[in-house]
Design a protein around this ligand. Structure first.
Ligand SMILES: Cc1cc2nc3c(=O)[nH]c(=O)nc-3n(C[C@H](O)[C@H](O)[C@H](O)COP(=O)(O)OP(=O)(O)OC[C@H]3O[C@@H](n4cnc5c(N)ncnc54)[C@H](O)[C@@H]3O)c2cc1C
Length: 369
């Protein structure tokens, strides 16, 4: 297995800046993106036609660090910005591993093993450029975790019962779209719609689409109080998700649990997004919890990642940049002084952080050799 100088997680402006800089400095890298396209985070969150502003925050004196990633000063629409960036990726021949989701990092002496949904890679450094929209955790334990987060292709779910998890608009929308596709194909297999609470919260328009599906004969079964419990691999090697659907108290501290088990490939979890703090915690990266005395900008209870001026985390060799560390982090100043550092979620910062982290990795590499 090759050992890369850097494993870059996320192909947004931050991750792409890392790749371009790494190429320029002659470092080897692997770039992992969970979406179907580069910039998937932006594609998923910007409205169509939105203008992209090349904002440089007040107090910043440097120009945009990488021209290819700078939005046009005329505030071009998002579609044009994406085409320009895609052309640059082609120009630099940047290899991007699309549809490959980063899952974990295992530290092994002077290097890391990066675990994804498809493979494992070895690298001396890791840059976390996964932005700020990290999918909500299903809260399950066990060895099987891979579940779809949205409905890319409804046809993939034809012919098999499917479980959609979540109590909001995104889940309702997936249920309605899938039901429509199944009806059109004459597929009577059930769509189970599970939510851990009793009440579902959906907007009128979404509720109307869903009601229409039910009236037109969509085979939808609602599971209230459905709690995802365990991800496991069964004896046939199939990854499965077990959900608890009922809990009955039979006295003397004994409970009777009823549940269902679905192949993970037939589960779609629309459980919203959260900031990256829980993920940083799972990776063992040191964060500070804000209290009134410690933080002036962030709310009490917010967890802030600790970073050196080069964006290195408390784990030597692991860096975090861009949206993932916005809007605030804790800067470890050279002399060991900690400072709550404002960091606007802007393309400019994502690109600048990426370039700086890669320069630090290059410097470290040359001092090691
Ligand atoms: C509606 C909206 C409008 C905005 N308008 C502007 C603007 O006009 N100008 C401006 O400067 N900024 C704007 N921003 C902010 C700007 O988009 C962000 O600052 C920038 O995208 C951050 O870049 P990033 O690379 O850090 O993260 P992202 O762009 O979020 O990229 C992260 C990438 O990582 C991928 N990823 C996530 N998790 C994983 C994983 N586990 N494995 C593999 N890949 C993963 C995601 O799919 C994504 O492609 C806007 C933001 C929003 C939401």
């Amino acid at each position: 297995m090759d050992i890369y100088d850097i494993a870059i997680v996320g192909a947004g402006p931050g991750g792409l800046a890392c790749a371009i800089k790494a190429q320029e400095l002659g470092l080897s890298y692997i770039l992992l993106e969970k979406g179907k396209r580069i910039m998937q985070g932006i594609i998923d969150s910007y409205p169509r036609g939105k203008k992209v502003y090349p904002t440089i925050p007040k107090g910043e004196t440097e120009p945009f660090p990488i021209d290819d990633l700078e939005p046009n000063p005329e505030n071009e629409p998002i579609e044009e910005y994406l085409s320009k960036v895609e052309a640059s990726v082609e120009k630099y021949k940047i290899p991007v591993h699309l549809k490959e989701e980063f899952q974990d990092i295992v530290k092994e002496r002077n290097q890391f093993t990066i675990v994804t949904t498809k493979d494992r890679y070895r690298a001396r450094g890791v840059i976390l450029a996964f932005g700020s929209n990290i999918p909500g955790d299903l809260g399950i334990y066990g060895e099987a975790r891979t579940v779809a987060r949205n409905l890319d292709n409804p046809e993939e779910y034809l012919g098999a019962p499917t479980l959609v998890l979540g109590g909001g608009n995104a889940a309702a929308d997936v249920v309605a779209t899938m039901s429509k596709t199944k009806r059109a194909a004459g597929d009577r297999s059930t769509i189970y719609w599970g939510h851990r609470r009793e009440h579902f919260k959906v907007d009128k328009d979404v509720a109307r689409d869903l009601g229409e599906e039910i009236l037109l004969g969509g085979n939808i079964r609602i599971l209230q109080g459905a709690i995802p419990q365990i991800g496991r691999v069964d004896e046939d090697g199939v990854e499965r998700l077990i959900i608890q659907t009922q809990e009955i108290d039979v006295g003397q501290g004994v409970e009777l649990h009823q549940g269902m088990s679905f192949p993970m490939k037939h589960v779609i979890a629309c459980v919203g997004t959260q900031g990256p703090a829980p993920l940083f915690e799972r990776l063992g990266l040191q964060q500070i919890t804000c209290t009134a005395g410690v933080c002036k900008i962030s709310k009490e209870g917010t967890q802030l990642l600790m970073l050196t001026p080069d964006f290195q985390t408390s784990a030597k060799g692991i860096y975090a940049i861009g949206g993932a560390i916005s809007p605030t982090y804790i800067l470890i100043k050279e002399e060991g002084v900690l400072k709550e550092q404002k960091h606007a979620n802007l393309i400019y910062f994502a690109v600048k952080d990426g370039a700086r982290a890669v320069e630090a990795i290059a410097k470290q590499k040359s001092s090691d050799s």
